[in-house]
Design a protein around this ligand. Structure first.
Ligand SMILES: [Zn+2]
Ligand SMILES: [Zn+2]
Length: 222
């Protein structure tokens, strides 16, 4: 984890965990004051994630936020929702796919299908935990309702932007043009020092910055 130095960030808990067999990065975001938190893409290892949340002092998981509806990101929803009663949050354009994972994919991933979304969000919405607000950035292209989440100098990019790479666009509903536009118009416009936290551990390091990706990402240069 990167140490975050500015005082205004001190009341925030941000932890990155690689879970399951598909190098998915799950994130715990918590408000130290109210002890409320959320998970972004808690795809596997629910008991481990919950013990980590507890050890960070987060005693109430309010939301399970999915960056998009692909099986590798949503396969932990059912277990996590049962254990926490957290509400499942996803972008409105991926919400229909949340409960429609094809059975052959569920078998291949040995995954349970997700319960339906409790909350559907769209670009510009804010997901609130305690005093923290995560801003929804709709970043379609890898999937129609792919979203990134911005909070206080950090952006969680799901499968839209990886460290040194970008999400695949050969799935049904994917579009390279849309993905490139999302990266340029929604992500590369963020301040250069914004820390990029991706949805998979696919790069040479677990996080990056907007400025680094603009200069070095071989797929989309800014
Ligand atoms: Zn995906
Ligand atoms: Zn993925």
């Amino acid at each position: 984890m990167k140490k975050v130095g500015r005082d205004r960030r001190k009341k925030m808990i941000i932890k990155q965990y690689e879970v399951g067999n598909f190098a998915v990065f799950c994130y715990l975001i918590g408000d130290e004051e109210t002890k409320e938190g959320l998970f972004i893409d808690p795809a596997d290892d629910a008991d481990f994630l919950l013990s980590e949340a507890k050890s960070q002092g987060v005693n109430k998981i309010k939301y399970i936020v999915n960056t998009h509806a692909h099986v590798d990101h949503i396969m932990g929803n059912s277990t996590m929702a049962k254990k926490t009663r957290a509400k499942i949050v996803i972008h409105e354009e991926d919400a229909p796919f949340l409960t429609r994972t094809p059975s052959d994919l569920l078998e291949m991933f040995r995954a349970a299908s997700s319960p339906p979304a409790d909350l559907q969000v769209k670009d510009g919405d804010t997901i609130q935990v305690g005093k923290l607000g995560l801003k929804v950035l709709h970043t379609p292209g890898h999937s129609p309702g792919g979203m990134s989440l911005y909070v206080d100098g950090m952006v969680f990019t799901g499968d839209s932007l990886f460290v040194g790479s970008v999400g695949r666009t050969d799935f049904p509903g994917s579009s390279w043009d849309e993905l490139e536009t999302s990266i340029r118009k929604k992500l590369y416009v963020l301040p250069g020092e914004t820390i990029v936290f991706p949805g998979h551990n696919y790069g040479p390091k677990p996080s990056s910055t907007i400025q680094y990706e603009k200069r070095h990402n071989p797929f989309v240069r800014g």
